[in-house]
Write a protein that binds this ligand. Structure first.
Ligand code: C2O
Ligand code: CU
Ligand code: CU
Length: 464
């Protein structure tokens, strides 16, 4: 069977394969993990009055928990697969060892039903991250498996409260049940949008916040498809980090009045100074052709704490190495259509049955390892400039596992020198980004519109 030989080939060729762990070791481990994370399936109400059947979550009948860990402190979690299909968990944005990255066949064998896998790593960077499966990804994420992860700063910046906001849609019909998770016609364009927008699995929730306090809102767009512009209205607020990294002082146009564009996979940390009076409601909205859509409201309660944004300590920069631009090698990646739009081979971790997209003219359908060859091989420790060319008519949030990169320039717009793991390429845009290839292994590299990923727009880069 071709799939198996590919798997063997790939695992055998990976420099990290020796560190491979198998599932089902929990009983043999001497030490308990910091936490257990079951992958589960249950019925749950998303829209009021209706119980949605076949939701998937990390736990019992509740939205995925916010996982909290501390920068530089070891963290371990036993993921227990209680589904009746294989899964794996990927920690999006984390620069951790390859064998903990959670990509089937590329970094580990999938966790089979009833089995478990211990992920353990030490987060090197602080910030807002998220976690999701990387096996049958479209269906598992669509049914609910997307959670927020917070790496606390080594030094506290001085917030009174921390509020992660898991922003995503569900594709439900009027009866509250899942409808077709994607449409091929849409997958070949911008992607299939959800029908019900939620924050932390609630439709337009209201949060009470202490009046006059400083709150860190952690926006994480864990949606499968939707690129949106978000505004925070009615409070004094400032964007302090994007995609886990503090904004450079030179960043422009990132104050909330201009809105924040977030694509699937991207995050924004916003410092909110809650208004003093209970009448001053703050709203989080997303722009739509029909006007702003309210996603969440924040109500000041109690006597004012009289805090001021100026009291916040600036976030420390994460220890991400600076690329040596003068000596960096330029490597091109072209995001385009598939050469022939053929039907892919059946896939072990879930195929949508179509390929529409490609990277460097090669289509890989996402969760399985074909083609075996990496898109590029980087030398450990060397600097690279990735020239990302989107020759299509659609936007693609391009995500690289295991390594963070810095935005250098675009042929379409002025971009700030942000450090990120997910860059949004608009139609026809070419962007150059730089990195130091300091983390060895096979790193998935794909569009985070999951239908695009699953219909060809993925591959991997090897660092060795
Ligand atoms: Cu957010 Cu390959 O992942
Ligand atoms: Cu990732
Ligand atoms: Cu895409």
């Amino acid at each position: 069977m071709l799939g198996l030989s590919r798997r063997e080939l790939l695992l055998g060729s990976a420099g990290t394969a020796t560190a491979f762990a198998t599932g089902g070791l929990i009983g043999l481990e001497a030490n308990a993990a910091d936490m257990t994370l079951p992958i589960t399936r249950f019925d749950h109400s998303i829209v009021s009055g209706e119980i949605t059947k076949g939701i998937m979550g990390f736990g019992k009948d509740a939205p995925p928990p916010v996982l909290r860990m501390r920068q530089g402190q070891p963290f371990s979690v036993d993921v227990v697969n209680e589904l009746n299909e294989a899964s794996v968990v990927h920690w999006h944005g984390m620069r951790i060892p390859n064998q903990m990255d959670g990509v089937p066949y590329l970094t580990q064998t999938p966790i089979e039903p009833g089995e478990s896998f211990r992920y353990s790593f030490t987060p090197p960077d602080a910030g807002t991250y998220w976690y999701h499966p990387h096996c049958n990804t479209l269906e598992q994420m669509a049914r609910g498996l997307t959670g927020v992860m917070v790496v606390e700063d080594a030094e506290d910046p001085g917030f009174d409260q921390d509020l992660p906001l898991n922003i995503r849609d569900f594709r439900l019909g009027g009866d509250g049940q899942f409808i077709a998770l994607f449409k091929p016609r849409s997958a070949a364009r911008g992607g299939t949008l959800g029908t019900v927008s939620t924050i932390n699995w609630n439709v337009a929730p209201v949060y009470d916040l202490p009046a006059g306090s400083l709150v860190r809102l952690r926006l994480a767009v864990t949606d499968l498809t939707r690129v949106g512009t978000y505004d925070l209205n009615g409070g004094e607020a400032e964007v302090i980090a994007l995609d886990s990294n503090p904004l450079p002082l030179t960043a422009v146009n990132l104050k909330t009045p201009e809105g924040v564009i977030l694509a699937p996979g991207q995050r924004a940390d916003i410092a909110l100074r809650v208004p003093d009076s209970e009448e001053q409601v703050v709203t989080l909205t997303r722009r739509t052709p029909k006007g702003p859509k309210v996603l969440a409201s924040f109500h000041p309660v109690g006597a004012s704490a009289n805090r001021s944004l100026a009291e916040l300590k600036p976030l420390a920069l994460n220890p991400i190495p600076e690329a040596d631009l003068a000596n960096a090698e330029i490597v091109e990646f072209v995001f385009g259509w598939t050469p022939d739009g053929t039907t892919p081979e059946p896939s072990i971790c879930g195929s949508l049955g179509y390929t529409f997209w490609s990277i460097n003219r090669v289509a890989w359908e996402g969760d399985t390892p074909g083609p075996v060859d990496p898109l590029a091989v980087f030398k450990q420790g060397k600097s690279y400039i990735l020239r990302l060319r989107n020759e299509t008519q659609n936007a693609h949030p391009i995500h690289l596992h295991g390594l963070s990169f810095k935005l250098l320039r675009s042929n379409k717009r002025a971009i700030p020198p942000l450090i990120t793991d997910t860059a949004l390429l608009m139609k026809g845009e070419t962007m150059e980004v730089a990195l130091v290839a300091d983390n060895p292994g096979n790193w998935a590299f794909h569009c985070h519109v999951i239908e695009h990923q699953k219909t060809g727009l993925t591959g991997y880069i090897r660092v060795d």
